[in-house]
Design a binder for this molecule. Structure first.
Ligand SMILES: C[S@@+](CC[C@H](N)C(=O)[O-])C[C@H]1O[C@@H](n2cnc3c(N)ncnc32)[C@H](O)[C@@H]1O
Length: 277
């Protein structure tokens, strides 16, 4: 049942919300925002993730005075790193006030804005927009991407990450065998448990998605972006069990060996770097 949610998003229409839908959406959203507020301290990833993001970012040699917006900045881990690298015109936006409160002391030079990217573009055009691990939690990714597109100055760069469903090949696809285990409910349960990506298994968020690279490419194209770079990190995510400390060491070993030769589209974290005319 949860796996169905990952295919629902890519096929949503890219139309703007009508006034009526918008107010319904806003009313529906307050419990969601309250949940992001409550979970704000847990919205931070492991440091390796941000190391990878700023490593990719640094390849693009952006001017230190570029205007940079971190959309869905959460508790500010990325803003803090970008400030540390000397970027001076940072804007962090999030629809969760609690996240912005956590971000404020970490990047004191950055401006922060309470803003819902599914509802409107940012009030100022930006040279660069980053959106890391936000697509995976959006109820309506299409309007969000259209709003980022409208925020980006022509020729600007958009860095966006997704969690890649293909990285679970072939495990995820073994789920199809569950149908033949109807008479063995326990075996069926464990097959589904072991072949379903953790993100889709947890079920503690109303919207939690994983995308295939193809889904992401088509959503980005629909929003008017041109992809100029694809980068990946984290091989064999099925081996990752949170809370087991040596798993992280194992992941690092895998990254430094298999990760160096595996193509990006087989890795769990995928970053698309896009521009727009
Ligand atoms: C998993 S956290 C990622 C935080 C940060 N980007 C990072 O990589 O550390 C997702 C963030 O997206 C924010 N978010 C989700 N939907 C949003 C929306 N429609 N508009 C703005 N922020 C949103 C949440 O409040 C949360 O802080």
């Amino acid at each position: 049942m949860q796996a169905d949610r990952q295919v629902a998003h890519p096929h949503e229409p890219a139309t703007a919300l009508s006034g009526e839908t918008e107010s319904i959406t806003m009313r529906r959203k307050s419990p969601l925002i309250a949940r992001f507020d409550r979970m704000a301290p847990a919205m931070e990833n492991l440091p390796d993730f941000y190391d990878w993001v700023v490593g990719v970012f640094s390849h693009y040699h952006l001017a230190k005075d570029a205007s940079i917006a971190d959309v869905g900045c959460g508790p500010g881990a990325l803003l803090e790193r970008l400030a540390g690298l000397g970027y001076g015109r940072l804007l962090g936006t999030d629809f969760s006030q609690a996240s912005l409160k956590l971000a404020a002391p970490r990047a004191p030079g950055a401006r922060l804005l309470l803003h819902d990217i599914e509802e409107a573009p940012l009030p100022e055009t930006q040279d660069v927009v980053l959106m890391t691990t936000v697509m995976d939690f959006l109820a309506s990714p299409h309007p969000a991407l259209a709003n980022v597109r409208a925020t980006l100055r022509p020729g600007g760069l958009f860095f966006v990450t997704i969690r890649n469903l293909w990285a679970y090949f072939p495990w995820y696809h073994l789920r199809g065998l569950a149908g033949s285990l109807e008479r063995l409910p326990r075996a069926r349960h464990w097959l589904l448990q072991l072949t379903t990506p953790l993100a889709l298994r947890r079920g503690d968020w109303p919207y939690e998605a994983m995308y295939t690279p193809r889904d992401a490419r088509s959503m980005l194209a629909k929003a008017g972006f041109r992809i100029v770079g694809v980068h990946g990190a984290q091989v064999l995510p099925m081996l990752w069990v949170p809370g087991v400390p040596w798993m992280r060491a194992l992941q690092r070993v895998l990254e430094g060996s298999m990760g160096l030769v595996a193509p990006p589209w087989l890795k769990y974290r995928l970053m698309f770097v896009c521009t727009a005319p």
